[in-house]
Design a protein around this ligand. Sequence first.
Ligand code: COA
Length: 455
Amino acid sequence: MALIDVKVPDIGDFKDVAVIELLVKPGDRVAVDQSLITVESDKASMEIPSSHAGVVKELKVQLGDKVSEGSVVLTLEAEGAATAAAPEPAPAPVAAPVVAEPVAAAVPAPAPAPTPAEAPVPMVAPAAASSPAAPHQPASAPALGLPHASPSVRKFARELGVPLAEVKGSGPKGRITLEDVQAFTKAVMAGTLQTQAQAAQAPAPAAGTGVGLDLLPWPKVDFAKFGPIERKELGRIKKISGANLMRNAVMIPAVTNHDDADITELEAFRVQLNKEHEKSGIKVTMLAFLIKACVAALKKFPEFNSSLDGDALIVKHYWHIGFAADTPNGLVVPVIKHADQKGILQISQEMAELAKKAREGKLGPADMSGATFTISSLGGIGGRYFTPIINAPEVAILGVCKSQMEPKWDGKQFVPRLMLPLSLTWDHRVIDGAAAARFNAYLGQILADFRRVLL
Ligand code: COA
């Protein structure tokens, strides 16, 4: 066995290119043509192959070293046949075309044929062609912003079907490493990342735009390491509503305005009404008044009763109000249809029936579809304000919390008033802050003096 210096072959016009990757170490057995190091100029990166088969004795270069044609890469204890077959470093005429490494596509492409010992240096310029059959760009081809990765990483990505163009490189100058490809694959498998091909197959978003979030993978924590745990699968409603809420939270530029409405008189009226209708079995809650008040506000501010359709706004001339109902299985949103044509008692009765059906899991699709605006009331539970998520394709939602007696200045003195906290979330693509403030103010006026509903 002879000790052989493996040298950098003819790499065209490249001189003093930096070693950016060491692909072997002393003791490794290498085959002819196996990549030993990766070098990189400002225009291209390439792997330097071994001219001989054998065992690496000593690396003669380190990361960051500059090499040119003839620089010794390593010494190799050469093995018989290969030594005889290739006594000198393989020439690498840059002008000759080589099989291009395709930019990895979502569908795995066949690996290129292995390069024979006397073939040109397998080079991957950033300007690599996008088809396996296309000739390789010469080494001096300008960088065109294509993925920056070594041939071995490209091959690995191709084998896994990873679209390299979508992988974020963590190496020097954004170079994509093997670990980057692995991390990308893990994230896709874990469902925390979608490839563009997968995203293209997903249902088109309402506004016709794609979502290009460059998010970190979801943190994976072994909670059992810290204490006892129990795993509970999410129920069907939670899974469905979760996916919808996620889309709505991410895709809608939502803003929330908080305000208060003085409902002192309205609450007194509600209590009186309930006394009068005690025998009817109908219980009127504040939510019924809110539905009616919202219809009046929606009529005054029609863009709140609309949906976006691309560049157009679909303004609806019907007023179907959804209300979020808490059930043992999760949140559902039954809808009071034609709320503008119904009185408080009828709305109260329908709400009670729908809420009962919701709790019993008996709501049908017709009960939950067609809403033009939604109210989420936590009034029976508590809290001050919150930021409800818009129920797409609606463009606004009203959150309501528990009313409380508060001291209010009437110009002469503080007087106790029952104040209802309102939180209006709106889609900023459709609604402006001023309109939202006016909507809340108008709603407050109606709730303070319900006769205004008639106006
Ligand atoms: N302020 C003070 N008290 C209020 C109130 C308010 N804003 N709204 C309701 N209340 C009172 C009611 O008067 C009632 O009082 P009573 O028992 O003394 O008669 C009590 O709170 C319970 O009311 P509730 O049964 O909740 O009726 P409702 O008409 O207000 O709400 C549902 C009906 C179905 C909407 C409600 O039960 C529900 O599920 N709310 C949760 C919605 C939700 O989870 N939203 C969050 C989405 S993220």
